[in-house]
Design a protein around this ligand. Structure first.
Ligand SMILES: NC(=O)c1ccc[n+]([C@@H]2O[C@H](COP(=O)([O-])OP(=O)(O)OC[C@H]3O[C@@H](n4cnc5c(N)ncnc54)[C@H](O)[C@@H]3O)[C@@H](O)[C@H]2O)c1
Length: 316
């Protein structure tokens, strides 16, 4: 049977599928040629990430397809309910990248706490002529240890982020309307384990108490953080959005940064991808990444292997 990994798949995933007798094709077929390619090559499994879209017409016109697989979490690019109504299996890998996203958030937090995002912009330009000025400008850094980490959305990534916070010596508080409490197990290199029970509290309390605030909610109709929520935050909070563009009102964020309500912030996701607002890109209070939360070798390996395991267990 043939698997078309149209947006790529890790070598470990290819190895697992080939060992089970599948042929894996990693050509990237253009969206408008996909239907013909799938039919001409009798493709059984179509694997995508976020680039390729799988809509009703493709599902209707490709009878050889048995499985649509999304390497990652969000399935906005696939007509999932329709595919399932036509008897196709739709699979994804929701847990594979949680730790990678959590580490990216902490990369941003440690950077923001010590102005690395600015120092890295300024040192190439002024590091030789204005060293002392820059040293003074970035003198008022803060530590994360002992601070309060607020997590909004306490699912897979929220909990992975909380674990890193606990490991960093932070107090962790969380809000999630659907989760009352979670048991977090921190594992150490020598096999020791430490357990923490964290009961969620109200959104307002998290916003009021957090020194560092991170969002891990799914995309939804309304903003989760809008002007009202910014006003409830502690003055000088450092925050991060590595969830989805549209979860934070970006205009309200820029205002909150201007007022100093939010001291600095990190964005990995944007309302307008792939062309974020220039006001965000040029804002020196922001630490920015181009939606790379899940982009680690380890996460991509886990995604490939998890997809392969699921395909093999469905099709044999
Ligand atoms: N930056 C990246 O590259 C990247 C990678 C993977 C996932 N993500 C995104 O991260 C987000 C979280 O993913 P996950 O795997 O942790 O999902 P998850 O489903 O495990 O957890 C999401 C949690 O948010 C809670 N929630 C829903 N609405 C809420 C609200 N209004 N306020 C507070 N909590 C709310 C849910 O109850 C759930 O527990 C998703 O938006 C996902 O698309 C981003």
């Amino acid at each position: 049977m043939k698997v078309l990994a149209n947006d790529g798949v890790s070598q470990s995933g290819i190895n697992a599928l080939e060992a089970a007798g599948y042929e894996v094709i990693t050509t990237t077929v253009a969206q408008e040629q996909l239907q013909n390619y799938i039919n001409d090559n009798d493709i059984s499994v179509l694997l995508v990430r976020s680039a390729t879209t799988v809509r009703q017409d493709l599902i209707d016109n490709c009878p050889s397809l048995k499985i649509i697989g999304r390497g990652g979490v969000g399935m906005d690019n696939i007509d999932v309910a329709y595919a399932r109504s036509k008897g196709l299996h739709v699979i994804n890998t929701p847990a594979a990248s949680s730790h990678s996203v959590a580490e990216l958030v902490f990369g941003h937090f440690y950077g923001l706490a010590r102005f690395l995002h600015n120092a890295n912009r300024d040192m190439p330009l002024e590091g030789d002529s204005n060293f002392k000025k820059l040293k003074k400008a970035y003198a008022k850094g803060t530590e994360l240890k002992g601070k309060t980490l607020g997590v909004i959305g306490f699912g897979r990534i929220g909990q992975a982020t909380a674990k890193i916070g606990l490991g960093a010596g932070m107090k962790v508080i969380a809000f999630d309307p659907f989760i009352e409490k979670a048991n977090l197990e921190l594992e150490f290199f020598d096999g020791q384990k430490v357990n923490f029970d964290i009961a969620t509290i109200s959104k307002e309390d998290v916003l009021k108490q957090a020194d560092f605030l991170t969002l891990h909610v799914p995309a939804q109709k309304d903003y989760v953080i809008d002007e009202k929520e910014f006003n409830q935050m502690k003055d000088g909070v450092i925050m991060a959005n590595a969830a989805r563009g549209g979860v934070i009102n970006e205009i309200a964020l820029v205002k909150a940064l201007e007022k100093g309500k939010v001291a600095r912030a990190a964005l990995d996701v944007f309302e307008k991808e792939p062309q974020p607002e220039i006001q965000l890109l040029m804002n020196s209070a922001l630490s920015l990444t181009p939606h790379t939360g899940a982009a680690t070798n380890e996460a991509q390996d886990r995604i490939g292997v998890e997809l392969a395991d699921q395909i093999i267990s469905i099709l044999g």
